[in-house]
Design a protein around this ligand. Structure first.
Ligand code: G1P
Length: 309
């Protein structure tokens, strides 16, 4: 029998129970995870990322008003039949790809008691093996292999691994912040660090560093027992960051991978707009036409604060 730390990671958990208040009124009827980023829901990018990393079993932790997410990952025979009849092979393939990308399961959170509580709902699905958690606000460019690198670090060091980004001190109070020291080890190219402390959304002057946790984790199953005993923290919610801090205090390995690739934040409206523009201009099909239009549009744009002629 392999020990838990040498078991391969096969499963991914995606919490999708958030209310999406920053995108109201759009999110009154459409879950924020289904808002289109170019022509696909943000959530599809996340599931594709998990599948690319070899995690073909995905659990979504949902809440009320999220039924459309289940529909999205289900077959749509009427749409498929209509496309078949029209001979629209490209769109038919796109519809199939969204369903077949991974085996998607669902569990309801019931009460929204925080990210740690959402992750705890995955305990039965995950069992006694390491698993990944992907948060939907960050899209990682398909050409960067952050999750794969995190899985490699987990296989090498055991324990848990978080994705880190230097967001600058002035922004650290929006994130889980970490204290780190150099890690060493065969796959260490300077991007891998040992995490020595974590704090959820600290005031800027109390942050241990400017390194923030971005929405990717590979977690040891021991985190579930810790989460069961984690009291509500920042915002009155059960925080995953607090559970990881407990693991560190107990001497369990927690590592960080400092990401330096392309990340598209879809978390608030301005970042979402930027993500759509960046991803659209990179697309092979839409990109050339979009970039030409965008360059002309930007050239004609009055500078911020300038009054219209
Ligand atoms: C959550 C985590 C936080 C992390 C962030 C990344 O916060 O609690 O530690 O830095 O995701 O996006 P949220 O954005 O849900 O407030």
């Amino acid at each position: 029998m392999p020990t838990p730390s040498t078991r391969p990671t096969r499963k991914a958990v995606i919490p999708v129970a958030g209310m999406g208040t920053r995108f109201l009124p759009a999110t009154k009827a459409v879950p924020k995870e289904l808002l289109p980023v170019v022509d696909r829901p943000a959530l599809q990018y996340i599931v594709e990322e998990a599948a690319r990393a070899g995690l073909g079993e995905v659990l979504m932790v949902t809440g009320r008003n999220k039924a459309a997410i289940e529909d999205f990952f289900d077959r749509q025979p009427e749409i498929e039949a209509a496309l078949e009849k029209k001979g629209d092979a490209a769109r038919l393939a796109a519809v199939h790809a969204s369903t077949e990308v991974a085996q998607v399961h669902f569990v309801r959170q019931g009460e929204a008691r925080g990210l740690g509580h959402a992750v705890l709902q995955a305990a039965a699905f995950v069992g006694d093996e390491p698993f990944a958690v992907l948060l939907g606000d960050d899209i990682i460019d398909a050409r960067d292999h952050l999750l794969e690198q995190m899985l490699q670090v987990q296989a090498e060091h055991g324990g848990s691994v978080v994705a880190l980004l230097d967001v600058g001190r002035e922004n650290i109070d929006k994130y889980g912040a970490v204290a780190v020291e150099p890690a060493g080890g065969p796959s260490d190219d300077g991007a891998v660090v040992a995490v020595t402390g974590l704090v959820e959304k600290p005031p800027v002057d109390e942050a241990p560093s400017s390194l923030a946790i971005i929405g990717r984790y590979v977690l040891a199953p021991e985190v579930f027992d810790v989460l069961r005993e984690t009291a509500p923290g920042r915002g009155g919610e059960i925080q995953l960051t607090d559970a990881l801090a407990t693991l560190v205090e107990r001497g369990e390995p927690v590592h960080g991978v400092v990401f330096s690739g392309r990340r598209y934040d879809t978390g608030d409206r301005l970042d979402y707009l930027k993500a759509v523009v960046q991803l659209a201009s990179e697309r092979e099909d839409l990109g050339p036409g979009f970039r030409t239009w965008l360059a002309e549009f930007v050239a004609d744009l009055p500078a911020a604060g300038a009054s219209e002629a």
